[in-house]
Write a protein that binds this ligand. Structure first.
Ligand SMILES: [Zn+2]
Length: 326
């Protein structure tokens, strides 16, 4: 199962990143497209209006070069899509980019978190990929080993320390996080964190620690957050989650018993829901589940539909615009 934000439509052309002539030709090609990123925000043609999904505004190489003078030297190649090359450009140095003559009147910079549920899948993958690469570049302008500036190689996919004493090569990072649907008999464990939008419930998730397997992270996190002991941990699917650099790895697991204790953790509530109870709580407006772009939604939906004619689509679970405001 492939999830939203996975950029499967984009050919990453990894074998061409070191081909300087090919990259130079793409940078001279009028068909090439550039995704502008500004302070973790993406440029879309208008504010979301509910009915019309927002579309990203892409730039030509000329426009990107006018906004970022070293764009051609430090461009980040994303790949190709329908024959055209796609790049990303970081405009974070510009104080008010929406007022710049190149961009004025063309759109707004908005967070991907806010527009994600409303854009199409190809654009979702493209924007998530661009945002993640730009974020990595911002975080690695200087070498983590010696503090010298880094410079871009492999069309933006490597950052090399410029000190000839050091010369360390830095690679794009993605942080593994596990997310798990825990069940006990016919009930599913759903919880909410105090900082989440009101009424939002989901499955448990947490980062994998160094030296730890994914399966062990599942067991540790579920016990840490809800004092629930689990077994039978099985892989479900994965999803890139560029907020800012996670890879969500989804699992299912079974609880040994149904006791829960959330006292020691940041969870505001954690409960076992049967399918009937979930129906009731959703219908009463007490529970909102993650939107269908999230792996969490599908973990819950797969459980729900395994004993029902249909899944949770069509139920009033959808997160609203207000829920996604920052
Ligand atoms: Zn260094």
């Amino acid at each position: 199962m492939r999830h939203f934000y996975a950029s499967e439509q984009i050919d990453r052309v990894a074998h061409l990143r070191s081909d300087a002539d090919w990259v130079r030709e793409r940078l001279a090609d009028e068909e090439s497209q550039v995704v502008p990123v500004w302070r973790s925000r993406l440029f879309v043609d208008r504010e979301r209006e509910g009915v019309d999904p927002p579309l990203p505004v892409l730039l030509t190489v000329e426009e990107a070069s006018a906004l970022s003078h070293d764009f051609r030297q430090n461009s980040i190649l994303l790949g190709t899509l329908e024959g055209a090359a796609y790049f990303a450009v970081d405009l974070s140095d510009i104080e008010h980019p929406e007022e710049d003559s190149e961009l004025a009147g063309r759109g707004h910079f908005v967070s991907l978190r806010r527009i994600g549920p409303f854009i199409d899948r190809t654009n979702g993958g493209l924007l998530a990929y661009a945002q993640a690469m730009v974020h990595w570049h911002q975080q690695h302008q200087f070498c983590g080993t010696c503090g010298s500036p880094t410079r871009s190689e492999e069309a933006g996919h490597w950052l090399r320390c410029t000190s000839d004493q050091c010369w360390t090569l830095h690679f794009p990072r993605t942080d593994p996080a596990m997310i798990v649907r825990v069940t006990h008999d016919d009930r599913c464990l759903l919880a909410r964190q105090a900082r989440w939008p009101a009424r939002r419930y989901s499955v448990l998730a947490g980062f994998v620690e160094p030296g730890e397997s994914l399966e062990d992270a599942v067991v540790r996190e579920v016990f840490e957050e809800a004092s629930v002991r689990v077994e039978g941990v099985e892989y479900h699917s994965s999803q890139p989650w560029p907020f800012p650099a996670s890879l969500m790895i989804g699992f299912t697991a079974c609880a040994r018993d149904d006791s829960i204790n959330t006292d020691a953790d940041e969870l505001e509530d954690a409960r076992w829901f049967s399918r009937d109870q979930l129906d009731e709580e959703v219908a009463a407006g007490n529970v909102i589940l993650p939107s269908e772009i999230a792996l969490a939604h599908h973990l819950i939906d797969d459980w729900y539909r395994s004993d029902r004619e249909s899944g949770i689509e069509g139920k009033p679970w959808t997160e609203t615009e207000e829920d996604n405001r920052e």
